[in-house]
Write a protein that binds this ligand. Structure first.
Ligand code: UDP
Length: 236
């Protein structure tokens, strides 16, 4: 596997397939410790000004390309790679974990969503050792549960930057697990929120679909334009 490639100031691990990404995290039942962070053009640009985000990126053990802009920049550097959407990586990891009975902890989303995700995953054989929604979490109880249930994969669906901050605190208390912040993935998995339709994903205009359905994202998109300009000038 190719080693990390710099995109702007951010090192990113390129993958040629989802399988390669899964094997990186969960190889023959062995789970890497640390955390994963999705890198997209917006984060590459924000990291230039935001020290906290930079630290979170540096702290991660796995930085994967979840943005076609980042994938293209890496390709332009002569390295074949594909986009690894965070929610697909999470889902694939969950399904694979069933094979090894890896202990999994699921935190976040509304109570009924969390329950639905837990029961769907359990039905597939996933070894969910602890779960809690994202609104009634008590950190003392959580840390106790970490020690008692010893999860190897901890998925946190609470949106940014809440999930990243919680992951950081959990990592300090319990470093051996693999932590992934998964944003709205539980909502998607439970079928409450739709991802952009397949045609939008295929045309790589998922961002445009989201922009039209959530106009408040316009501010975020400014960074995408800045990124594309920097990329065209070969500055990434
Ligand atoms: N959420 C939560 N606790 C909170 C706030 C949010 O569990 O205090 C959940 C919310 O129910 C949703 C997810 O976090 O499932 C946020 O998803 P969003 O799409 O906003 O995250 P993003 O992917 O944009 O970071």
């Amino acid at each position: 596997m190719t080693s990390e490639v710099r995109v702007g100031d951010v090192p990113v691990q390129p993958f040629r397939s989802m399988e390669e990404a899964i094997a990186y995290v969960l190889n023959d039942g062995h789970v890497i410790s640390g955390s994963a962070i999705a890198i997209n053009p917006e984060k590459v640009m924000l990291a230039k000004e935001d020290q906290e985000l930079r630290t979170a990126i540096e702290r991660a053990t796995l930085r994967y390309a979840d943005g076609i802009g980042v994938v293209r920049t890496i390709r332009r550097k002569g390295i074949e790679n594909i986009r690894i959407p965070g929610c697909e990586l999470w889902q694939a990891l969950m399904h694979r974990s069933a094979r090894f009975s890896t202990p999994v902890m699921l935190l976040g989303a509304r109570p009924e969503i969390n329950e639905k995700v837990v029961s769907s995953l359990r039905a597939l054989g996933v070894n969910v050792v602890y779960a809690c929604d994202g609104y009634s979490l008590n950190e003392n109880e959580l840390f106790k549960a970490l020690r008692e249930t010893q999860p190897r994969i901890v998925s946190v669906a609470m949106g940014s930057p809440k999930q990243e901050k919680l992951i950081h605190r959990m990592q300090e208390a319990y470093p051996i697990a693999f932590y992934q912040g998964v944003g709205g993935s539980f909502d998607v998995y439970a079928g409450v929120v739709k991802r952009a339709p397949n045609w939008a994903c295929r045309l790589h205009i998922e961002w445009l679909y989201r922009l039209l359905s959530q106009p408040r994202r316009i501010l975020r998109q400014r960074n995408l334009v800045k990124y594309l300009l920097a990329d065209m000038r070969g500055k990434l």
